[in-house]
Design a protein around this ligand. Structure first.
Ligand code: RFL
Ligand code: PHB
Length: 397
């Protein structure tokens, strides 16, 4: 792995965080000859092992191709031409292919992370794991630097710019002046319990199901690996959910007609994640820029988190490339506005999909009638289906 013997002391862009946002940014810069160093708090094994996203918009797929990191995805990824919305057992297929003539790619975030880390290694992009106690300095002026600890030794990395790609709990947003004052948040009164298992998926496409006991999602990573989710209370403990209890619940929520297609198997991973929407409307200060989950969170119902991280870093890379090519600062100055424009639309779609498919505590008959009317309208209207499809495959950038 690229833990260089001699850790660089100077670079053009210091990237904090080696998740998808940080890794993708490093490769977008690399292909343009711009140097960077990635500082990642965790080990490689930990970073690669996190089970998260599975649905890639065509824009994300294109970015991976642009940086030359798509070989495995193009071979192993599954192209999906549609998905199903189910409500009380009645199913409606949103045919992406017919509606917007594009599909999405099913390829796990774990695999993208491995591919991007391999590319860093092959191309000599310095990636420092277990970089602890990162502190950002002097980003107000022309000569920022980052201090961090590695193996008990303090290091200093001088740079032109700092890209904060360190997720929702990183140091970058916490350091960005006034970020908290620019935050907009909504917390949902439930979480998602996810299970990963080496069993064939129940269907060739994803199924989002609204059931009286709560939402369920049948997803997948490959033809032999399934990923399922169920809506649960955030106070639930994962220890109380045996594999059998999860499979029983999935069979109920995914409906009488389709449940028999579920293949049960031991869990490879299971976890509970809370759902929230969050946007930090200030994404830059001086020479510090934040991107991905460091700047925003979406509920996973719209499958947008990783894809937004990709569009953010695409904007940021464009702006940095323009700066280094011709000292054109308009991209850097306009980064926040450009990114927010797309972020809020993805927030809206993720919120709307959550609203449509989940059972909220204290839901009234009126609220449920609204869900039913919404779905009935979508079923009857090609325009409504098209609106869902164009958001699902990803708005252009
Ligand atoms: P990440 O992936 O959290 O990476 C941030 C990295 O920064 C490191 N870090 C630090 N490094 C150095 N110093 C510090 N002080 C640091 N603090 C943190 C961390 O160790 C980490 O390696 O953020 P990034 O790169 O912005 O990527 C965002 C995506 O990971 C996230 O939005 C998606 O996983 C969301 N998501 C989904 N997105 C999709 O586009 N499609 C999906 O289908 C989808 N499904 C999901 C999801 C997220 C889920 N959970 C668990 C919340 C399903 C679930 C259940
Ligand atoms: C996933 O497979 O992890 C997944 C798929 C679709 C979503 C969210 C998560 O909307």
């Amino acid at each position: 792995m690229t833990i260089p013997n001699e850790t660089p002391k100077k670079t053009q862009v210091a990237i904090i965080g080696g998740g998808v946002a940080g890794l993708m940014l490093s490769q977008l810069l690399h292909v343009e000859g711009i140097s960077c160093v990635i500082l990642e708090r965790q080990t490689r094994a930990y970073t690669e092992g996190r089970i998260r996203a599975g649905v890639l918009e065509f824009g994300t797929v294109n970015l991976l191709r642009r940086v030359g990191v798509s070989e495995r995805m193009d071979k192993q990824g599954l192209r999906h031409e549609g998905f199903a919305l189910m409500d009380d057992g009645e199913s409606l297929r949103i045919c992406l292919h017919d509606l917007v003539d594009t599909d999405v790619m099913i390829y796990g975030q774990t695999e993208i992370t491995i591919d991007l880390m391999d590319a860093c290694e092959a191309r000599g992009t310095p990636l420092v794991f277990e970089a602890r106690d990162v502190v950002l300095h002097d980003f107000d002026g022309d000569a920022p630097y980052v201090a961090y600890m590695k193996d008990g030794v303090t290091h200093r990395l001088d740079c032109d710019f700092i890209a904060g790609c360190d997720g929702a709990h990183g140091v970058s947003r916490a350091t960005l002046p006034d970020a908290a004052a620019h935050a907009v948040e909504k917390v949902y009164p439930f979480g998602w319990l996810g299970i990963l298992s080496d069993v064939p998926p129940m269907d060739h496409e994803l199924i989002y199901s609204n059931h009286e006991r709560g939402f369920a999602l049948a997803s997948q990573r490959s033809l032999t690996r399934s990923r399922y989710y169920i809506q649960c209370d955030v106070t639930e403990k994962i220890e109380d959910w045996s594999d059998d209890r999860i499979w029983d619940e999935l069979e109920i929520r995914l409906g009488d007609t389709t449940a028999h297609r579920i293949t049960r198997g031991p869990s490879l991973e299971k976890s509970i994640a809370p759902l929230r929407s969050y946007v930090c409307e200030k994404m830059q200060h001086g020479r510090l820029f934040i991107a991905g989950d460091a700047a925003h969170i979406v509920p996973p119902t719209g499958a947008k988190g990783l894809n937004l991280a990709a569009s953010d870093v695409s904007y940021l890379a464009d702006a940095l490339i323009a700066h280094y090519k011709g000292a054109d600062e308009s991209g850097l100055n306009g980064y926040t506005d450009r990114a927010l424009n797309r972020i809020w639309k993805a927030e809206r779609f993720s919120w709307a999909m959550t609203q449509l498919t989940h059972r909220f505590p204290n839901m009234t008959t009126f609220d449920r009638k609204m869900q039913k009317a919404d779905l009935s309208y979508i079923r009857a209207s090609e325009a409504a289906q098209k609106a869902i499809a164009e958001n699902y495959i990803g708005l252009p950038y």
